[in-house]
Design a protein around this ligand. Structure first.
Ligand SMILES: Cc1cc2nc3c(=O)[nH]c(=O)nc-3n(C[C@H](O)[C@H](O)[C@H](O)COP(=O)(O)OP(=O)(O)OC[C@H]3O[C@@H](n4cnc5c(N)ncnc54)[C@H](O)[C@@H]3O)c2cc1C
Length: 262
């Protein structure tokens, strides 16, 4: 079957840029293109487009070699009011931050940016006795969106690694999903998940975080806890010391090596 061409990037305008917590900003984008924006699934994402100097693009580049793409979850989409919200974790200072984090710190209302997408990730399995979410500030937007949509009596855990105590957010979630905040190094996410009492029955697992932390979690789920592939979505959303473009290459190699090892 012929693969459908992805929708053309659309140009949106910053309506609002506000602080959610000290290390997370919410950017509300607006534009006519959102009136008939394609259907999205929970945890769907878009690509923000920048030029090679890290400036947001407002017109399509002449070559795909002249563009830097950064991936962000659609936290909310309101077609009627023509708004799309994305929650962007801040990292690094000065030359250490990337174009997206830098833009999130400085974007002013009225500023334009091209976005491509939407794309979707493998959804949370619908067949489960309990759920387990594990992530960090980059996957907090997706996890928040999943928790909001779960049936009221769902049991389980959401373990989220944050940069500081003040980055905790009030989340809408089922009462029996225990929320565990972790403040510390990346590896503490997998360590904390490993120490959770493991309930009886079938889990549905959704995990996304830093590359090394993802590998720790993957070993825990697949080898130690013997969870079936169908019950797990696991992905690295970024890698320490590597830009998104470099991380994409690492991710592909890691997936191939993991598949070859099976
Ligand atoms: C499907 C998907 C959905 C995502 N959704 C979101 C989202 O909703 N919100 C969100 O904040 N992020 C999200 N991310 C992660 C985001 O795309 C990356 O963090 C991205 O690398 C940030 O781009 P940048 O231009 O700021 O930094 P880059 O230019 O990519 O990297 C520059 C440097 O910053 C470091 N770096 C990158 N991200 C982080 C970080 N989070 N913490 C510490 N150091 C970092 C890199 O290791 C590198 O050394 C998502 C990723 C994927 C794959």
């Amino acid at each position: 079957m012929k693969k459908q061409a992805p929708p053309r990037p659309v140009c949106l305008r910053v309506e609002k840029n506000s602080e959610l917590t000290p290390n997370m900003r919410r950017i509300v984008l607006t534009g006519e293109a959102l009136l008939d924006y394609p259907e999205i699934t929970t945890s769907a994402y878009v690509k923000l487009l920048f030029d090679l100097q890290g400036q947001p693009l407002s017109a399509p580049p002449t070559s795909k070699d002249d563009v830097l793409m950064r991936t962000y979850t659609i936290r909310a989409l309101d077609r009627q009011n023509k708004t799309m919200s994305i929650d962007m974790a801040l990292h690094g200072n000065g030359s250490e931050d990337g174009p997206a984090s830098h833009w999130a710190k400085h974007a002013q209302p009225g500023e334009q940016i091209l976005i491509a997408g939407p794309g979707k990730t493998k959804p949370l399995s619908e067949n489960y006795d309990w759920v387990l979410f594990a992530g960090d500030m980059t996957s907090l937007p997706a996890i928040s969106a999943y928790l909001e949509r779960l049936p009221k009596h769902t049991p389980g855990y959401a373990v989220i690694k944050i940069t500081s105590e003040d980055d905790k957010q009030a989340l809408t979630k089922p009462e029996n999903v225990a929320l565990v905040w972790v403040v510390g190094d990346e590896e503490e996410l997998a360590d904390t998940v490993a120490q959770l009492p493991w309930p009886e029955g079938t889990p549905a697992i959704w995990a996304a975080c830093e590359f090394a932390a993802m590998r720790g979690l993957r070993t825990l789920f697949r080898e130690q806890r013997q969870v079936a592939h169908s019950q797990i979505y696991i992905s690295s959303y970024w890698r320490q010391g590597r830009s998104e473009d470099q991380h994409k290459i690492d991710k592909r190699k890691d997936a191939e090596a993991f598949a070859a090892d099976k």
